[in-house]
Design a protein around this ligand. Structure first.
Ligand SMILES: [Zn+2]
Length: 258
């Protein structure tokens, strides 16, 4: 896979070669524009596609797992209406999941965050504000967001979360530095349900179940009634196919808490 430092070094080398060629033969300004366009395109795509591991290594699945296990993950909660319904369903089907929570939501709904942990699920860090401009924050601002979320989760639930799910799946050099400093493990996914789009429940469920296999990590959001309904269908599907959802730390064989 392509990596940001490698692409930077390669682009710098190409730039130097272009200058030399330009001095000798006068190859023209458009070659510089072409190089800049290639670099920008790769970096934009790499920043938005967590599975490229372009800026930092993230864990997306564990297909080597011997048992018929998958991991359902929920981002953006806790939500006062939907997270309790999600917890109820998970309990009904004896399934475990991972909740990547937004710090300010944990501050508002600490009791639900505590219930997530008490019910045997894993809680992780999903930034403090989930700001739309998060991808443009500098290292210090990212660090503050992640530290505040870690502190509020510790205060409300008693656990010290070490797993991080990037907001919007966006990564960049600032996020890489903050994650490294806090020694967090970044968790991605390999099945994106697209449950927050206008797709129907049926379409969302099909996106998940059409390719599902053991070791997969599924991305959902505990922030809508649609997802609650999809979840029940998914849990039924797993039951019928003798599959079980476990926490990501169990699936990936890593520690969720410090
Ligand atoms: Zn999110």
């Amino acid at each position: 896979m392509l990596k940001y430092p490698f692409i930077n070094s390669l682009s710098l080398l190409a730039f130097i070669v272009l200058i030399i060629l330009d001095i000798i033969w006068g190859i023209g300004w458009w070659t510089y524009i072409l190089l800049a366009t290639v670099w920008t395109t790769l970096t934009i795509i790499g920043s938005f596609h967590i599975r490229w591991n372009y800026h930092l290594p993230a864990l997306h699945f564990n297909h080597k797992i011997p048992d018929n296990l998958v991991s359902i993950t929920f981002d953006d909660g806790p939500h006062p209406n939907y997270t309790p319904k999600v917890l109820e369903l998970l309990q009904k089907y004896n399934a475990r999941a991972t909740f990547f929570c937004v710090g300010h939501q944990v501050k508002l709904y600490g009791g639900i965050a505590k219930q997530i942990v008490d019910n045997g699920h894993t809680i992780g860090n999903h930034t403090y504000t989930h700001a739309n401009k998060f991808g443009f924050f500098g290292t210090q601002k990212v660090l503050l967001e992640l530290q505040k979320t870690k502190a509020i989760i510790k205060e409300k639930t008693g656990v010290n979360p070490q797993l991080y799910r990037p907001a919007f799946g966006v990564t960049n050099p600032s996020i890489k530095r903050a994650v490294k400093k806090m020694e967090l493990k970044t968790v991605g996914w390999n099945i994106r349900s697209l449950d927050t789009t206008k797709r129907s429940k049926k379409a969302v469920l099909k996106r998940i179940t059409s390719t599902i296999q053991k070791g997969d990590i599924i991305l959902l959001h505990d922030s809508s009634e649609k997802t609650v309904e999809v979840l029940e269908q998914l849990l039924l599907f797993l039951q019928q196919n003798k599959m079980q959802s476990v926490t990501v730390d169990q699936l990936l064989d890593i520690e969720a808490y410090a």
